[in-house]
Structures are given as structure tokens and as C-alpha cells.
Write a protein that binds this ligand. Structure first.
Ligand code: FAD
Length: 505
């Protein structure tokens, strides 16, 4: 039996991102992936939203993705375009990049970080005890880990075997997505009907067509076939245009469900394993990657003995509400794709509403992930929000805030008098940067805010504390998020209840 600190089941977008975050923190992590290669059948996610690109930028790897994608200055709500060009971020756009390319680039990065991937193997079961998890893997010897993370997609075996409930809503729509050839010239474009939005588009080679079409009924089982595509086309367009030679066909539904808990003891869930929904707004991959960025540093600190296990409870507390909001907005968007007199009227009303500045900003920030606000209590508006990527002047020269986060370590950013802070007891974990920033402070949706004197930035880029050197809350914030001061290295066991109370307060 081989031992690792963390085993990740599933090397899709979420598992790869999590592996990279853990490897950066020096954690011994391994991925078990069912697919024999990173190749993906069919097209899935088609784009990255602003906050995901920012998260990649925080690690210094955004350019790898941006250089391979297409920039579009709009997000969308049920196909109603939302201009985001005036958003206060360097990445004020949607990046068109197919999921297979995204995974390929990310897998390259994980390879550079020397994370082993057992490809062509799957986790078939596990048993956890007080000190770890025994994991059964097909075609491989069993593994043992301190923690097992299920990044194994919507049908997650890890979630089911952990006994975690997956409440939500059954599907009302089943859609087929396919790349095909057609003997007759089809009607290219979008059609709306009472089942949703149907579309046929010509591929770049001019020969093939991409098709999205709803099926007559839901509840189909088994792999979708060419005959299914043909029947669905006939139901909408009255002909199948002589459809033939599919490159791939996939089926997805608007089943909407969320794990009741993201953690059961030493087993955690992230990405589609924790939440599934219709792909309206293109948010699924994005929130999975952001789950990984939230969980990565916390799990690393627990595994490395820096923080108590209770830090992991903040993962569910912060990320569950984010996905719940995405589930709600995708259900609303899916309803709006249907066409009848009443829905058309509602859609016109929404289009008018979203042409106004304030609603446009709110909805676009929600879809692009820029409005995420973790509830860390009362305080400066920056508290619990992402710290903007400001251009700073430091003693080492000009630096951007995001470059300070490349190593995924926390940073205390002092924008006041240099030397105002002494965080020696945390100096092994938290980097203190004295810097100057001259310019406005603007947060998405919130608008202009007062310049803070200092901010404690978590490795995921969110502000854990905002204040001045004299603020007595800083030692508590440092202890709560990044472990007890070095001089009392053991007490987190005895102070566990106090720390848990602090994190939950
Ligand atoms: C048609 C369609 C269009 C979409 N469009 C968008 C979009 O535009 N934007 C967007 O953000 N999202 C979109 N999504 C959603 C997006 O594809 C998913 O949210 C994303 O793939 C989730 O990533 P994940 O890593 O959590 O899970 P997955 O991508 O499902 O990866 C899970 C991995 O685990 C592996 N695995 C499963 N079981 C096991 C096991 N027992 N042991 C080992 N390995 C296992 C699988 O092989 C897989 O590689 C779309 C989805 C569909 C179906």
C-alpha cells in the first residue's frame, strides 16, 4: 500500500487545479484518473470567466490560457449579452477556450509540478478511520492518504460512497450536443421553442456542423446515438438534413443538485462532484476551479500541521453558498430559454432590465464570479472580497498584487508607513510587504471604496483582514487563518475549540 498526504479522485479541471495548489504548498499529492489520457470526447465548457482567469493570474499562468483562447468582452444571462468591458479588472472579458485545451494546458502545469497521475485507473471504494483513508484503485495497489478529495464529476462515486446527500431537482430538459455532417444545407442559427433554445452552427472547416437540440422527453439512459440526434432534429426543424458521420455526441440535462455537505470526515468534494446544473452561463468549470483554489491552501495547511482541521469547515461555509447561487441563476436562465407568449414577454422585460447599468453590473459580476463575497464579518468592504490586482511600488521595485500570490502563500500588504507591522511569529508563513499605491480603489459592483491601510491576503486572493497596525484583531486573524504563532507551535490542539469558535464567528 502506497501512502500519500492527499489522493484526488478525478483529473478533470477541478482535480488538476487542486493538485497544482497542493503541490505548490509542498504537499505529497497524487491524482487517480479513469481516462487513459487527458483527451476529452466532445466539447464541454467553452470559456473562462474573469474570476477564473484572475485565479490563474494569481499563480502566474493566465497567459498560457489567454494566448490560446479568444477574447470576448461580454458575459451573458440566458443569451442576453452583458458588456463587462468597464469592469475594474485586468481580465474584463470572457475567454473562449474549449475544455479539452484548458485541461491540456493545466495538465502540463501539473506535470511541471511533478504531481503523479495514475491514468486509466479509477477509485472503486474507500474506508476512512481516525487517521486516514484506505482507497481501492482499479489496476493498482491500494492507496492510503490523510485526505481523499472527490473531483470525480457529477456522478461522483466518492460522494455516494461517503453517504453525502445530493438534494435538488430532477431534469426537465435533455439536450443533445453533437458535431456532425449533413447531406442537405441546414438552417443555420438559433430557434426558440417551448423546450428551450435550439441551434445549428457551421464549423470552421465549412463541412461540419455543431448542433444543440432538445430531446422530446427526458429520462433517457445509455449513450446518445445518431438516431437520437436525427429524431430531435426532425422534432424541431421537420427534417434531419441527412445528418451523418458524427465526430461526437453528448447529452446533458438541467438536473440541478448540490451536495448537502462538502466534507465527511477525511473526505472532501469539489467541482461537479459537489454541484451539477445546466450549462447556461458557462459557470460549471469555473466554479469547480475556484472550489479548488479555495480548498487547496486550507487542505495544505491542515496536512502540513499549520492549522487545525476546523479550517476545512470554512471550505463548505464559503463555497456552498457560491454554488447555490449559481444553481439558482442557471435554473432562472434555463426557464428563460423557453419560448411562448409569456416567456417571450418575460425575456423582453429581462433584456430591458439588463440594458440598465446597475442591473447589468450586478448580473455580469455574478456570472463572472467577480462579486464573490465570503462572509467574514463586519468591516471594510474589501473584507471577504477579492483584492484587486493593483500596481504597487515596493522597495524591490514595481509589483502587481497578483504577482505577490504566485507561490500561493499569504501576504500582509502594508500600504501605510513602512515598518508599521511586526508579524515575526508568523513570518515563516506570511509574507509582509511594505508598498505604496497611488490610485483609486474600485471593487466590482461595490464601486469606489476608501483605501485601506493594510490587508491580509489569503493565498486564494481574498482579504482575510483589513485594518491598521494598531488593530487588535490582526493576531486573531493571523492565528485563525494561518495557524498559531510560532512560539506556541503545539497549542492548536488544546485551543481547537477556541479556534473553531473564531472561524465560525
Ligand atoms: C455540454 C456541456 C457544456 C458545458 N459548458 C460549460 C461552459 O461553457 N462553461 C463552464 O464553466 N462549464 C461548462 N460545462 C460544465 C463543465 O464541463 C464541468 O463543470 C466541468 O467539467 C467540471 O469539472 P470537474 O473536474 O469538476 O469534473 P469532470 O470534468 O467531470 O471531471 C471528473 C474527472 O473524474 C474522472 N473520474 C470519474 N470517476 C472517477 C473515479 N471513480 N476514479 C477516478 N477518476 C474518475 C473522470 O474521468 C473525469 O476526468 C459544460 C458541461 C457540459 C456537459
Amino acid at each position: 500500500m502506497t501512502e500519500h498526504a492527499v489522493v484526488i479522485a478525478g483529473g478533470g479541471p477541478t482535480g488538476l487545479m487542486l493538485a497544482g495548489e497542493l503541490a505548490l504548498a509542498g504537499v505529497d499529492v497524487v491524482i487517480v484518473e479513469r481516462r487513459a489520457s487527458q483527451e476529452l470526447d466532445g466539447s464541454r465548457a467553452g470559456g473562462l470567466h474573469s474570476r477564473t482567469i484572475e485565479a490563474l493570474d494569481q499563480r502566474g499562468i493566465a497567459d498560457r490560457f489567454v494566448s490560446q483562447g479568444q477574447v470576448a468582452q461580454a458575459a451573458g444571462f440566458s443569451y442576453i449579452p452583458l458588456d463587462i468591458s468597464d469592469f475594474p479588472t485586468r481580465h474584463n472579458y470572457l475567454l473562449g477556450l474549449w475544455q479539452n485545451r484548458f485541461e491540456e494546458i493545466l495538465a502540463g502545469r501539473v506535470g511541471e509540478l511533478a504531481v503523479p497521475i495514475h491514468r486509466g485507473s479509477e477509485v472503486t471504494g474507500f474506508a476512512q478511520d481516525d487517521s486516514g483513508v484506505d482507497i481501492e484503485v482499479s489496476d493498482h495497489e491500494p492507496l492510503r492518504a490523510q485526505y481523499l478529495v472527490g473531483c470525480d464529476g457529477g456522478r461522483s462515486l466518492i460522494r455516494k460512497a461517503a453517504g453525502i446527500e445530493f438534494p435538488g431537482w430532477d431534469p426537465t430538459v435533455s439536450s443533445l450536443l453533437a458535431e456532425v455532417e449533413m447531406r442537405e444545407e441546414p438552417e443555420v442559427g438559433i430557434r426558440r421553442d417551448d423546450r428551450g433554445t435550439q441551434a445549428i452552427g457551421r464549423r470552421e472547416d465549412g463541412q461540419r456542423f455543431g448542433v444543440v437540440v432538445s430531446e422530446r422527453y427526458v429520462g433517457q439512459s445509455g449513450e446518445p446515438t445518431l438516431s437520437d440526434v436525427s429524431q430531435a432534429l426532425v422534432a424541431v426543424w421537420g427534417t434531419d438534413y441527412g445528418v451523418h458521420s458524427p465526430t461526437w455526441i453528448s447529452r446533458f440535462t438541467d438536473m440541478t443538485r448540490q451536495a448537502a455537505s462538502y466534507r465527511e470526515g477525511r473526505v472532501l468534494l469539489a467541482g461537479d462532484a459537489a454541484h451539477v446544473h445546466y450549462p447556461m452561463g458557462g459557470q460549471g468549470l469555473n466554479i469547480g476551479v475556484q472550489d479548488a483554489v479555495n480548498l487547496g491552501w486550507k487542505l495544505a495547511q491542515v496536512v502540513n500541521g499549520t492549522s487545525p482541521e476546523s479550517l476545512l469547515d470554512t471550505y463548505h461555509a464559503e463555497r456552498h453558498p457560491v454554488a447555490a447561487r449559481v444553481l439558482a441563476n442557471t435554473m432562472a436562465q434555463t426557464a428563460l430559454t423557453r419560448s411562448n407568449a409569456r416567456m417571450d414577454a418575460l425575456r423582453d422585460t429581462m433584456s430591458e432590465l439588463l440594458s440598465m447599468d446597475e442591473p447589468r453590473k450586478r448580473f455580469a459580476a455574478m456570472i463572472s464570479g467577480l462579486d464573490i463575497h465570503y462572509d467574514l464579518g463586519e468591516g471594510h468592504p474589501l473584507l471577504g472580497r477579492r483584492v484587486p490586482d493593483l500596481d504597487l511600488e515596493t522597495t524591490g521595485g514595481p509589483r502587481r498584487v497578483f504577482t505577490l500570490l504566485h507561490a500561493a502563500r499569504p501576504v500582509l500588504l502594508n500600504l501605510g508607513e513602512p515598518g508599521g507591522f511586526d508579524i515575526t511569529p508568523w513570518a515563516d508563513r506570511v509574507e509582509l510587504i511594505d508598498a505604496k499605491y497611488v490610485g483609486p480603489w474600485e471593487l466590482p459592483v461595490v464601486g469606489a471604496v476608501a483605501a485601506p491601510a493594510a490587508a491580509l491576503i489569503r493565498p486564494d486572493g481574498y482579504a482575510a483582514w483589513v485594518g491598521e497596525p494598531a488593530d487588535p484583531g490582526l493576531p486573531d486573524a493571523l492565528t485563525g487563518w494561518f495557524g498559531p504563532p510560532a512560539a506556541r507551535s503545539a497549542p492548536f490542539k488544546t485551543n481547537r475549540l477556541r479556534d473553531r469558535a473564531w472561524l465560525q464567528s
